[in-house]
Ligand binder design. Sequence first.
Ligand code: HSE
Length: 435
Amino acid sequence: MRKINVGICGLGTVGSGTVNLLRDNAELIAGRAQCELVIAQIGARRPNPACDTQSLNVTSDIFEVLVNPDIDVVVELIGGTTVAYDLVMGAIANGKHVVTANKALIAEHGGEIFAAAAKAGVMVGYEAAVAGGIPIIKALREGLAGNRVNWIAGIINGTTNFILSEMASKGTPFAKLLSDAQAKGYAEADPTFDVEGIDAAHKLVILASLGFGIPLSIEGLYSEGITKLEPLDVAYADELGYKVKHLGIARQSSEGVELRVHPTLVPHSSLISDVDGVLNAVMVNSDAVGTTLYSGAGAGALPTASSLVADLIDVARRSACKPESWPPALGVPVAQLTAQPMLAIEQIDTAFYIRFAALDKPGVLSAVTKIMGDAGISIEAIIQREQPVGEQFVNVIILTDVTKEQQLEGAVAAIEALDTVRDSVTFIRVEHLDQ
Ligand code: HSE
């Protein structure tokens, strides 16, 4: 049987999961790859108690793996875009295939990396970079290759989904939930990447490039995290028949492409609304098949290892064939990716949930509905709730029909300027995802 020598750089949660999976399923993997996947070297600064490396060749210098002539494929699990960039580009320059879980690296430098890999005749696998164990890269690149993709919407960060699910079911405050997610190993080394939407933004850039054939670029992407989200709004949303999810949304239309990451109300009837905890889900709407949904574990040791090992099996299978027969990393060669105009957030069309505290006296609501009417915004639902927001104030919640965000922003400013409205207006976008 053929052998492929694997060098693994980084032995954190995902690295140890990969070593364990390659070991535990070695026979099955070899049968499927028609090739033995040998862990020939590990580059790791520290041991990991979750993984027994006694019988393995471990070096504390990750760059040793790149120059090791025995290594065929380098698994990059360092993270970040500095050392990891040098590692990946160095591996390619040394004629080694690369498999990575690094979404920031692919989103920011993927174009250059894939072009260098194609020139060097090596593969770069990145299935694990988006939505952990869900094979969404292969679904978009291979399974949906005959479709024109209209939109992609996904829960693509497990940490925020875990936090929002717990907030909805238990009303636990944000800070406590973040430390729970960190303890469970879901969060990035810098958790602001999760809760501020940066991690999801990186993943969305990759999905949009694959789906729409556009270059990998974060420019023009709108990103908003969950740190300002109040349990009160999660509870009101539930009352109105919606869940609050942190979504990455990519849509292409005749006007251009919109890329946005933000908290979103989705109706209880939408399949994605039931995707809770650390689970991820990606919905893809495309012209031939319609809407398809992919869900599963989006983070964690073995789920992410599942995608990494699938890429390693691809490397093993395909390295026996000519490079011309390999699918391009982004579906088409990098030079054939075509930029499209990017729509600013003010230009998008969506529905909104808005909440404000208003004086409980006659005429207040009619002033608000007049502002909405003048802005051309149709109201779908309006409720008033007595809340402990001061004796004279009540919470007013409005659901709008689809409108331009710019119109909504104008109306929000006018509502905030009313003497009868206290503080600022909270607004959250609403997507029905079935149209
Ligand atoms: N921190 C990421 C998440 C891990 O929470 O989804 C997987 O990319």
